[in-house]
Design a protein around this ligand. Structure first.
Ligand code: GLP
Length: 245
């Protein structure tokens, strides 16, 4: 058994946190299994309950464990490791990981006179946009809140369709012959606001990842969609391979 040592200059809670993290990452503690209680950890490693509590709350903040009120602390599912190089859809991403993609439309609207969207999408003054807000799920669990804005003249009538549990990119390809060729994307941290927290089933103030994407047609210069996706920070990590040439 690995020990926690007072001689080690690292704080005791940190040593315990790292030890539990290793056990989770190597699979010794499995997803949704209970983590030993503060009392058990205290006895096993000869530390105070306060120290054990501190270690568990750090692990929770980093998304390795979750708490159930009155039931204890459990190992979280491993995060989804999402590549950043390919222009893929949520549906394709989930299917490639063997998960079932889902979409629940929570808002749909037609907007115009929106200068911010006009400038983001290079649209003409007064052009109409279709706003589609969806909760994206994987195996039925909420993963992200996606708010897409499409230039309506390229996909008229899309606002009348039932987009629940359907792939937007597939609809754009099949019904409107819109084939995307490239996108510009940014990724930054944010904290869950009240609405995002409630709709995604997390606590307000939890870390999230905000991804903004502008997607272009095959001619490479006509932008069609602008999307703000708020991904759960406890369920996602983004991956990119770097080469040194
Ligand atoms: C990803 C992107 C979004 C895009 C969506 C389309 O989640 N971040 O910008 O709109 O995929 O996914 P789907 O075709 O599954 O609706």
């Amino acid at each position: 058994m690995k020990r926690i040592s007072e001689i080690n200059p690292l704080p005791l809670y940190y040593q315990l946190k790292e030890l539990l993290r290793e056990q989770i990452e190597c699979g010794a503690l499995k997803p949704n299994q209970p983590v030993p209680s503060e009392r058990e950890l205290g006895e096993k490693y000869n530390i105070s309950r306060m120290t054990a509590r501190h270690a568990l709350s750090q692990l929770e903040a980093e998304g390795f464990v979750y708490r159930k009120q009155g039931k204890g602390t459990f190992v979280a599912e491993p995060k989804i490791r999402q590549g950043l190089l390919k222009l893929t859809s949520f549906t394709e991403d989930m299917q490639s990981k063997g998960m079932k993609p889902g979409a629940k439309v929570v808002d749909m609207d037609v907007l115009s006179e929106d200068e911010e969207l006009e400038s983001k999408l290079g649209a003409s003054p007064g052009e109409q946009f279709v706003k589609i807000q969806r909760v994206r799920t994987a195996d039925g669990k909420p993963m992200a809140l996606e708010t897409s804005f499409l230039r309506r003249k390229f996909c008229p009538g899309i606002e009348e369709m039932d987009l629940n549990n359907r792939s937007l990119y597939k609809i754009l390809e099949e019904q409107y012959q819109i084939f995307f060729s490239r996108a510009e994307q940014t990724l930054e941290p944010k904290l869950a606001d009240e609405y995002e927290a409630q709709i995604l089933g997390v606590d307000k103030g939890k870390p999230m990842l905000l991804m903004e994407r502008t997607t272009f047609l095959e001619d490479s210069s006509t932008a069609i969609e602008y999307v703000r996706s708020v991904y759960r920070g406890d369920r996602y990590k983004f991956y990119i391979e770097l080469t040194r040439s």
